[in-house]
Design a protein around this ligand. Structure first.
Ligand code: 13P
Length: 248
């Protein structure tokens, strides 16, 4: 059985005092939750969030990292830097980074390898645009992104990669993929992993859905066969709403 993972992606939101208050409130509400709860916060919130989340069941992640250990990369943050303060997760290849910051399948793959090298768990995002979907290319796009992201990893690393299927047209738009549709795309991703790495590994990979997940649609999404949880944007900024999503 795969464990349900509910991850929040705060994107470029929340000041440290807001992060502290949010985590204090959330930790009380989810103290008994069985799900793996992760908050991926801006760099400037990481340290405060980690301190506040100590001795709670909330884990803290970053939203990006560079693949090199250190060097002349102004403005970048490396895996060892994240690891040194206690960060455990990192989102890699979010569509907003692919779209606005020239992230490619190649840089995504380098970052995933680097995340494992420095002891971080990657949450790798894949997803198609509306145009790609309407052209009937969803399966091809998402399976290729998955294959390229995982290229060169060992079996243990593949099993420990979290994949987030986030159709770009559903992000921040209020449009959610139907649970059937999202589940089918996630099955395609799992099938691709099975084709390359075998069934045992493919059955262990946690694959999340992301794109306008809210309390009102979470339950239906989680009732499907292959959706193992959610990567939540906007609704992860509201404690009540996020708590309800965790409750399913
Ligand atoms: P929304 O939940 O705001 O649509 O964002 C989804 C997302 O991009 C999570 O990474």
């Amino acid at each position: 059985m795969r464990k349900r993972v509910i991850a929040g992606n705060w994107k470029m939101n929340m000041l440290p005092n807001e992060a502290i208050s949010f985590i204090e409130q959330l930790s009380n509400k989810v103290a008994d939750a069985k799900e793996e709860i992760v908050l991926c916060v801006p760099y400037t919130d990481l340290f405060y969030s980690l301190l506040t989340a100590q001795n709670t069941n909330i884990k803290i992640g970053a939203q990006n990292m560079h693949w090199e250990e250190n060097g002349a990369y102004t403005g970048e943050v490396s895996g060892p830097m994240l690891k040194s303060i206690g960060v455990q997760y990192v989102i890699i290849g979010h569509s907003e980074r692919r779209q606005y910051f020239a992230e490619t399948d190649d840089t995504v793959n380098k970052k995933v390898k680097s995340a494992f090298k420095y002891g971080l768990k990657p949450i790798v995002c894949v997803g198609e645009t509306l145009e790609q979907r309407e052209a009937g290319n969803t399966k091809e796009i998402i399976t290729k992104q998955t294959q390229l992201a995982l290229d060169g990893l060992n079996a243990n690393e593949i099993e420990n990669t979290i994949i987030a299927y986030e159709p770009i047209w559903a992000i921040g738009t209020g449009k959610t993929a139907t649970s059937e549709d999202a589940n089918n795309s996630i099955k395609e991703i799992r099938n691709k992993i099975k084709e390359i790495y075998g069934e045992e590994i493919s059955e262990k990979v946690v694959i999340l859905y992301g794109g306008s997940v809210k309390a009102s649609n979470a339950k239906e999404l989680f009732m499907t066969s292959d959706i193992d949880g959610a990567l939540v944007g906007g609704a992860s900024l509201n404690v009540e709403e996020f708590t309800k999503i965790i409750a399913g």
